[in-house]
Design a protein around this ligand. Structure first.
Ligand SMILES: [Fe+2]
Length: 245
């Protein structure tokens, strides 16, 4: 099986459209989405409409999806996230609001062998930024491979013989997986990369070949910036797309 793993689209239509037209995603068997369809970006309805058109998709909700679906208050959000969440709520049509509400809470196990979570395996809002946090997440994972989002930072954590190592995922790369190692992998973000690279990223996981293919691509972020400014969303949401932070 070939799985396409992606996360954190954040209402960025230009990045999502470029992703959907990427030549590497032909012949994919299943889409695995790790949460945060909306929030921050200027096109929540268009992004959800496109997403709903995808076939064979396994998805879980992100913290922004949860707040914008009115399932939780924005009290834990910073002022920029909170402003964009309130703006997105007003913009969303009722069909898409219902779709967001019905997104599953992670973690979720796909095909008995892959764990999907937004933040961590024990708390959808918990950020995995370090080996310590990855160790906590491994403890609650039942499969040997898991994917997470939320940090918008592509990285691979490997657990072998009680020791955790990291593999940075920066440029396009192919990695063979070892059967005696457990993995927690973040594909980075489609709509708001934060590893100082504005290019979105995703992963293709080939479960037969036991191989990960990490892929980055460029897109027209200037149009997204224009829309953010045109709609009066906070300026930082536009400028950060250019610097990838
Ligand atoms: Fe996010």
């Amino acid at each position: 099986m070939k799985y396409l793993v992606f996360s954190d689209i954040h209402s960025n239509l230009e990045a999502f459209d470029k992703f959907l037209s990427h030549k590497k995603i032909k012949n994919i068997d299943s889409y695995l989405f790790l949460g945060d369809l909306v929030g921050y970006g200027p096109n929540p309805n268009d992004v959800i409409d496109r997403f709903r058109g995808l076939k064979k998709t396994y998805s879980i909700r992100g913290n922004h999806d949860k707040v914008i679906a009115d399932l939780e208050s924005a009290s834990l959000f910073n002022p920029v996230a909170s402003f964009s969440a309130e703006w997105s709520k007003v913009k969303l049509n009722s069909d898409n609001q219902d779709f967001l509400k019905n997104l599953k809470k992670g973690p979720s196990v796909v095909d008995h062998c892959i764990t999907l979570c937004h933040g961590s395996t024990f708390d959808e809002d918990y950020y995995v930024f370090s080996i310590f946090e990855a160790a906590e997440s491994f403890k609650f994972m039942e499969t040997s491979i898991g994917f997470f989002g939320h940090t918008h930072f592509p990285i691979m954590y490997l657990l072998r013989n009680d020791k955790i190592d990291t593999v940075p995922l920066t440029t396009n790369t192919r990695i063979k997986l070892d059967p005696n190692t457990r993995y927690l992998i973040n594909p980075g973000s489609i709509g708001q990369p934060r590893d100082k690279n504005p290019d979105p990223s995703f992963i293709i996981f080939d479960s037969q070949k036991k191989e990960i293919n990490f892929i980055r691509f460029s897109y027209d972020y200037k149009t997204t910036q224009e829309r953010i400014r045109e709609f009066g969303l906070p300026e930082i949401l536009a400028s950060r797309l250019e610097s990838g932070v």
